[in-house]
Design a protein around this ligand. Structure first.
Ligand SMILES: NC(=O)C1=CN([C@@H]2O[C@H](COP(=O)(O)OP(=O)(O)OC[C@H]3O[C@@H](n4cnc5c(N)ncnc54)[C@H](OP(=O)(O)O)[C@@H]3O)[C@@H](O)[C@H]2O)C=CC1
Ligand SMILES: N[C@@H](CC(=O)OP(=O)(O)O)C(=O)O
Length: 343
C-alpha cells in the first residue's frame, strides 16, 4: 500500500477524495490537512460532511493538521491537493521542495511548461516532464496536475477524434453548481436562471485542451494547433457538466465512424479507470446530467447527439465534474504515477 494524504481535505473536493480513497486497493489515507482554523480538530468536527455516503469512521477520528510540510508524516508516498488555487500556488512548492509527490486538482501551474497536465487515457506520456521539472526546479518531489472539470469532460472525446485531424473546436457548456463549490453560487442567483459567465473558465478550456492534446517536445509540450473557442454557462444542476461540441476536421467522417472512434477510445489498466472510457448513447436526448453523470462510477465520459452539420459535425458530452472532473481525476493520476514507478 502507498501512504497518501490530502491537502485541503475538509473542502468540497477534499471530501470527494476521502470518499474515493475509502477502500482503495493501493492507497492508504494517513494524513489530512486544512486551514489553521481546522488544524487540531478531528476530521468529523472540521469537515461539514456533505457527501451522500457516510463519512468513513476511521477517517472521521483522524486529526486534521495545518497545511505545511512539517505537519505531515515525512514518509508519505503521495499527496492529493484540493486547496483554493491562490493557497496552492503558495503552499504546493513548499511540499515539492520537501520531496513530496503531489497530484493536484488546483488550477495554478497547469500551463507551466514543465508541469505534466494529465488525463491518463489521453496523454500519459506527458509524465516524462517530471524529469524536466526536477532538473529545472529546486524540487526533490514532483507535481502533476489534472485539468479543469469542463476541459476534462471534452478532451477524451476530442482525443478519440484526432485521427480525423481536428482543425477547429467550438464548445458551449451547461455547468453544474457544484463546480463553484458549496457556497459558490447562491440559490437566489441560480434557481429559475442560467448564468452565461464563469470567470476564467473559457480561457481554461481553450488553453488546457490544446496542451493536453499536444506532444512532449524539447523541455515542454508543443500544443495542438487546433483553434478552440468556448462559451461557459452555469445552470441549476447539482453535478455533471454537459457540453455541446462542434468540430471541424481535415477528414470528413460519417456519424458511424465518429461513434466507432468514441467506442474504440482506449481505457487504462488502473484501479479506478472506467472501461469503456466513453459511453456512446444512440438516443437523441442523452446524455443528461441527472441520468448519466454516474456512468462508469462517475469516471466515464458520456456522448450522444452525434450529427453532421455544414462545417463538420457536432455531439454532446457529459461527465461528473467533481468525480472525473476533480477528485477522481487526481486519484487516477496518482494511480498512473504508481503504475509508472514514480512513487
Ligand atoms: N475541477 C473541478 O470540477 C473542481 C475544482 N475545484 C478546485 O478544487 C479546489 C478546492 O475547491 P473546493 O473543495 O470547492 O474548496 P473549499 O473551499 O470547499 O475547500 C478548500 C479547502 O482548502 C482549505 N484551505 C482554505 N484556505 C486555506 C489556507 N489558507 N491554508 C490551508 N488550507 C486552506 C480548506 O480548509 P478549511 O475547511 O479549514 O477552511 C478546505 O479544506 C479549488 O482550487 C477549486 O478551484 C473545485 C470544484 C470543482
Ligand atoms: N470552474 C469550474 C470548477 C473549478 O474550480 O475549476 P478549476 O479546477 O479550473 O479551478 C466550475 O465552476 O465548474
Amino acid at each position: 500500500m502507498f501512504r497518501v494524504g490530502i491537502l485541503g481535505a475538509t473542502g468540497a473536493v477534499g471530501q470527494r477524495f476521502v470518499q474515493l480513497l475509502d477502500g482503495h486497493p493501493d492507497f492508504e489515507l494517513v494524513a489530512l490537512t486544512a486551514s489553521e482554523e481546522s488544524a487540531g480538530s478531528s476530521y468529523r468536527a472540521a469537515a461539514k460532511w456533505r457527501v451522500s455516503t457516510p463519512i468513513p469512521e476511521d477517517v472521521a477520528s483522524m486529526t486534521v493538521t495545518a497545511t505545511e510540510p512539517e505537519a505531515v508524516p515525512d514518509d508519505l508516498d503521495l499527496l492529493f491537493s484540493s486547496l483554493p488555487s491562490g493557497v496552492a500556488e503558495r503552499v504546493e512548492p513548499a511540499f515539492l521542495e520537501a520531496g513530496y509527490v503531489v497530484s493536484s486538482n488546483s488550477s495554478n501551474a497547469r500551463l507551466d511548461d514543465d508541469v505534466p497536465l494529465v488525463i491518463p487515457e489521453v496523454n500519459p506520456d506527458h509524465l516524462d516532464l517530471i524529469e524536466v521539472q526536477r532538473e529545472e526546479r529546486d524540487w526533490d518531489g514532483a507535481l502533476i496536475k489534472n485539468p479543469n472539470c469542463s476541459t476534462i469532460t471534452m478532451v477524451p472525446a476530442l482525443a478519440a477524434l484526432d485521427q480525423f485531424g481536428i482543425e477547429r473546436v467550438n464548445v458551449s457548456t451547461l455547468q453544474a453548481v457544484s463546480g463553484a463549490g458549496y457556497s459558490g453560487v447562491t440559490s437566489m442567483e441560480i434557481i429559475d436562471n442560467a448564468i452565461p459567465y464563469i470567470g476564467g473558465e473559457e480561457e481554461k478550456m481553450e488553453t488546457e485542451s490544446r496542451k493536453l492534446l499536444g506532444t512532449v517536445g524539447d523541455g515542454g509540450v508543443d500544443w495542438h494547433e487546433a483553434s478552440v473557442s468556448a462559451s461557459c454557462n452555469r445552470i441549476a444542476t447539482i453535478d455533471g457538466h454537459l457540453e455541446n461540441v462542434f468540430v471541424e476536421t481535415d477528414a470528413d467522417p460519417s456519424t458511424e465512424e465518429i461513434a466507432e472512434a468514441f467506442r474504440a477510445a482506449a481505457s487504462q489498466d488502473l484501479p479506478t479507470a472506467p472501461d469503456p472510457l466513453i459511453e456512446v448513447f444512440d438516443e437523441p436526448d442523452r446524455p443528461q446530467p441527472r441520468l448519466d453523470r454516474m456512468v462508469g462510477d462517475g469516471m466515464a465520459i458520456a456522448v450522444g447527439g452525434i450529427q453532421q452539420n455544414d462545417d463538420g459535425f457536432q455531439f454532446n458530452v457529459l461527465s461528473h465534474n467533481t468525480i472525473r472532473g476533480a477528485a477522481g481525476a487526481s486519484v487516477l493520476n496518482g494511480e498512473l504515477l504508481a503504475d509508472r514507478g514514480w512513487l
